[in-house]
Write a protein that binds this ligand. Structure first.
Ligand SMILES: O=C(O)CCC(=O)C(=O)O
Length: 335
């Protein structure tokens, strides 16, 4: 059966996944994306229902690629095809960008919540929920993040349990059931430093690393100037630290990754960056004059409601024991 064409197109990006050159068996209830015909520079993809491929010429989706490597999917199943494409990229390189996931009104609500929280009376350097960093420009203390944040904001919590987020995480973890187990809102105010190379998994050992992914919801544009996240491709296959070491990578560990391609995720407000728990990443300082807020949502495959509290207990006890908070001259607390 042919579906009507839609003028809407859905943007994906990155090199065409090599695995997708073969037909893939679809999961129950999901169509499979299969490249059917290579027509010059314009690959035509067929999306079949029930996991089967449509014959070439009866395609429901077309994919065109531009010189910058972005792929654009058109057709009634264009959105699904773009998501499948990104999932393939996530599998191959350890991260992917889902473009244009939030509409303007949603973005406005989330940004205004981020602003409201900043003026909350619990914001203090001694509160480990509202960690601070020193400005690289003038040494003043800046609010770094709320960690966790969702229990303080119904709007952020509703968004994080909404269809867009749950569908994306189910797709990435290839499971019908996912559990949110961590959340934080990083502000990266002007002058804030970046983050050294690390794997998120180092802070969370007791699960299979492939069952854990993070969605980074960009509330503003991310550029090299304001400290966009950068990834080392194809580093998501092994954990590089000894079990139990909660830290960033050391120079010798970084040197071993020299051959890995580095990609800076330049995103627009409303894009979502998805990354594997082992994907090595880092970011630079914010050298611009505006903040660069990102809402981070960590998901685990399956129904594991106990993990949220477990993660929080580990994080809180680790941070309360961390002498770093002594520098602010106040006893650390969690409020
Ligand atoms: O927001 C950033 O600049 C990077 C944060 C990060 O790497 C993380 O939270 O794991």
């Amino acid at each position: 059966m042919l579906f009507p064409w839609s003028d809407e197109t859905f943007l994906a990006e990155g090199p065409m996944p090599t695995q997708s050159r073969q037909a893939r068996q679809g999961e129950a209830g999901r169509p499979t994306v299969v490249p059917a015909v290579l027509d010059g520079e314009v690959p035509v993809w067929a999306v079949g229902e029930d996991g089967g491929a449509e014959p070439a010429g009866q395609c429901l989706v077309t994919c065109t690629r531009s010189a910058d490597g972005a792929a654009r999917f058109a057709g009634i199943r264009g959105k699904i095809a773009a998501w499948m494409y990104e999932r393939e990229i996530y599998r191959q390189q350890g991260f992917a960008v889902f473009r244009g996931m939030l509409d303007g009104p949603t973005l406005a609500i989330l940004n205004s919540e981020a602003k409201r929280l900043e003026t909350s009376e619990i914001v203090a350097p001694s509160n480990i929920r509202t960690q601070h960093v020193r400005s690289l420009v003038n040494g003043s203390l800046l609010l770094e993040k709320f960690d966790p944040v969702l229990d303080l904001s119904k709007a952020l919590a509703d968004f994080s349990s909404g269809d867009t987020i749950l569908e994306a995480s189910r797709l990435l973890l290839a499971t019908p059931s996912v559990t949110l187990f961590r959340d934080k809102l990083i502000y990266k105010h002007p002058g804030a430093p970046g983050y050294p190379l690390h794997q998120d998994y180092s802070w969370w050992h007791p699960v299979d690393p492939s069952s854990y992914c993070t969605l980074a919801v960009c509330l503003s544009d991310c550029t090299d100037d304001n400290g966009a996240i950068q990834f080392l491709c194809d580093t998501h296959h092994s954990h590089l630290l000894p079990q139990g070491e909660r830290r960033a990578l050391r120079p010798a560990e970084i040197a071993a990754l020299e051959a890995k391609k580095s990609v800076s995720c330049q995103t627009r407000a409303g894009d979502i960056i998805a990354f594997h728990s082992l994907a090595v990443h880092w970011s630079g300082p914010n050298l611009s004059s505006a903040s660069r807020p990102i809402l981070y949502l960590g998901f685990i495959a399956g129904f594991r409601p106990e993990l949220y509290g477990e993660h929080r207990r580990r994080q809180t006890s680790g941070l309360l024991a961390d002498l770093r908070y002594g520098v602010h001259g106040r006893e650390a607390c969690f409020e």
